[in-house]
Design a protein around this ligand. Sequence first.
Ligand code: NAP
Length: 285
Amino acid sequence: MIDPHQVSVFRPGLLDGQVVFITGGGTGIGFGISELLAELGAHVVIASRKADHVEHAVQTLAARGHRASAAVLDVRNAEQVKAVVQEIADRHGRIDVLVNNAAGNFYAPSATLSPNAWKSVVEIDLYGTFHCSQAVYPVMAAQGGGRIVSTSMTLHYRGWPLMAHATAAKAGVDALTRTLAVEWAPQRIRVNAIAPGPIPTEGVKKAFTPPADSGAADVFATAEEKMAEYARTGIPLGRWGTPRDIANMVAFLASPAGDWITGAIFVVDGGEWLSKGGRQGMGDG
Ligand code: NAP
């Protein structure tokens, strides 16, 4: 059987000449997306708060002969986002794809979640997605179209204790996706989202390990055996996801194959959420 992680199903040069703006594209799932889109020929502008994240990612891609550049920004700051989008437009003359991937997350009981903690996650995940989408709109509209792909999640499809902030924000991302898809269709801007299942990125391992007193089961806290057991019992397709699993869907949506797709939210999770019923997921034993 062909291993989709070793062999690309996309033709070389598929995205030649395209310009991609990706937030949070220097780490985890975002880097997997940056990597695949750059491999397919796009120039990828990787943006996040920490210069070392984005610069390291750009150097890694450049060392492989791909086109990439870095931008330091906080997606909560609409003015910063606008300035970076203007720079990209001035330098490249276009933005074909926006990937809204930046997010913050942690487990916290809703009863004691501070207003700042709530605000921070909602501002990064939801406001950030809006700021970036609004900033690329004039560029995409002027060039006759574009693609926006946002990274959502599946946890808000049912109740997910200790995650009120992120589930509320991502439910908002889903609503925004559907609304912008219809509102911006006349400009030929396709707006879609991807809802990944569990992907053990470093950021998630850190953020999702709940504090000892939070009452949450430990998610990634322990050994690989625990993860293997979860893959066997909690994910119908029997394995954890990888950044490439998500990147493949982004590449599909960025390609001409995505031409008639807008307002869709694609679950890419090995069947995880559908199989859960009333149970909580990762780490519930
Ligand atoms: P990650 O590695 O922690 O990625 C988060 C990225 O967002 C980082 O590169 C971070 O870079 C950037 N970021 C955070 N706050 C930002 C801000 N204010 N402005 C700009 N950039 C910011 O986590 P991940 O697991 O790859 O998650 C990527 C996306 O997938 C997220 O949208 C997440 O909700 C979604 N997701 C992940 C999973 C999973 O199991 N991994 C499941 C469902 C959905 P800086 O620190 O440099 O800013």
